[in-house]
Ligand binder design. Structure first.
Ligand code: PGA
Ligand code: ZN
Length: 399
């Protein structure tokens, strides 16, 4: 039984306030969870409240339904209590940041009581060579860096890596390779919010950098590395401008579909996230039909980890993959429901960090537990390596 919960304001990787939750149980179990935070957030995401407000509301409304009432190990009960306490359909009552922090803390307390690793408690037996492949953010811009690329993320995908460990190091090597290529060309580059290089180059130059860097590392490591994109199309789309606004002009929806399809073919992209606006199911369906054989077309802002938005997408064939961000929907149970619906319908799941992150490692366990095909959690930087190193530990302990 949950006997105590503590909520506090702590820092995230951007220096913003976020919610940390500690959950204690009667039998001495303990778990701690921290909410991440997005910058290029989807219109249909669960609502993040200012940290202090989320904490105050959760103390008042959620504590009475949790403390002395539910078992930390019973995740469905914990998450149902959070929904009941909130009373809205978007967590605008207690805040999705309080909800997800408590949901993750309870899961860890439940695992602690059992003496089991979190991924096992979340439903995963060891999955051997089915570990998720890490997508490493190498170059980018969009909402995550000023004066950089229009496309938000260029992601390295070591699909042929024989282990998570080798995949993680391959992504770091691609990141380093791009650094060296930029230095050779005299192009200065700081880093964006997720640790990707944020040089002031055109999107076309970024494609070339990725292509070269990935090939160089591929030759070195001897296994296949492809790459992909998070276009974050909703951030580029401006209805009043008539389409997708790039530095060099505006693309209509048809032009955007052609552009992404051509890049997918030219570079054999393994992955394209949010290629179009978050309201454009039809455009996503058209692009999926054109490139879906070789390329995952993944909905982030499009689906927001929400089973009803995913259900609509499945009906319209508006993709073949879903991004899973627990804080987009507010609880681990809701995130697992989205993964299960995806799996039943042949959609690949990609468990993901946010641009504002913490040392929390829950998503590494969630990805392993659910057999997600990919995990997107950066390539470098402490709040990113927290998850990557946890994946290495899970793999090592299972060997
Ligand atoms: P966000 O970006 O966390 O800023 O929303 C990540 C993404 O778009 O995938
Ligand atoms: Zn995204």
């Amino acid at each position: 039984l949950i006997t105590d919960i503590r909520l506090r304001r702590v820092l995230d990787s951007r220096g913003n306030a976020t919610v940390e939750a500690d959950v204690h149980t009667e039998s001495g179990g303990f778990g701690r969870g921290k909410a991440p935070s997005g910058a290029s957030t989807g219109e249909y995401e669960a609502i993040e409240l200012p940290a202090q407000e989320a904490i105050a509301n959760a103390r008042e409304d959620a504590f009475p339904r949790l403390i002395g009432e539910v078992h930390a190990g019973n995740q469905r009960d914990v998450d149902a209590a959070l929904h009941a306490a909130d009373g809205t359909d978007d967590f605008s009552g207690i805040g999705a940041n309080s909800a997800v922090a408590i949901s993750m803390a309870a899961a860890k307390a439940g695992a602690d009581v059992l003496g089991a690793p979190l991924f096992q408690h979340l439903g995963g037996t060891f999955r051997g060579n089915e570990f998720p492949t890490p997508l490493g953010n190498i170059v980018g811009g969009g909402e995550h860096a000023a004066d950089a690329t229009n496309i938000q993320e260029f992601l390295s995908a070591p699909v042929g890596a024989p282990s998570v460990e080798e995949a993680v190091f391959a992504n770091a090597a691609v990141h380093q390779e791009v650094h060296d290529m930029l230095a050779d060309r005299g192009i200065p580059a700081g880093k964006g919010d997720e640790g990707a290089w944020a040089p002031s180059v055109s999107d076309d130059e970024a494609f070339e950098l990725m292509d070269e860097a990935v090939s160089a590392v591929e030759d070195d490591v001897g296994f296949e590395i492809r790459f992909g994109l998070d276009v974050a199309g909703a951030e580029l789309y401006d209805e009043s401008e008539g389409g997708y606004v790039y530095d060099d002009g505006v693309k209509s929806t048809d032009e955007q579909i052609d552009y992404i399809a051509e890049k997918a073919q030219e570079y054999d992209l393994v992955y394209v996230e949010d290629p179009l606006d978050e309201n454009d199911y039809e455009g996503h369906a058209e692009l999926t039909e054109r490139v879906g054989d070789r390329t995952l077309v993944c909905g982030d802002d499009l689906f927001v980890t929400n089973v009803s938005r995913l259900g609509e997408g499945i009906e319209q064939d508006a993709g073949n993959s879903i991004l899973i961000k627990p804080n987009q929907i507010g609880t681990l149970s809701d995130a697992v429901d989205a993964i299960e619906l995806a799996t039943e319908n042949g959609y690949a799941s990609v468990v993901s960090h946010r641009s504002g992150e913490t040392e929390d490692t829950t998503i590494a366990h969630l990805a392993v537990a659910t057999g997600a095909q990919f995990i997107k959690t950066g390539a470098v930087g402490g709040e990113r390596t927290a998850k990557l190193n946890e994946l290495i530990r899970i793999e090592d302990n299972a060997a």
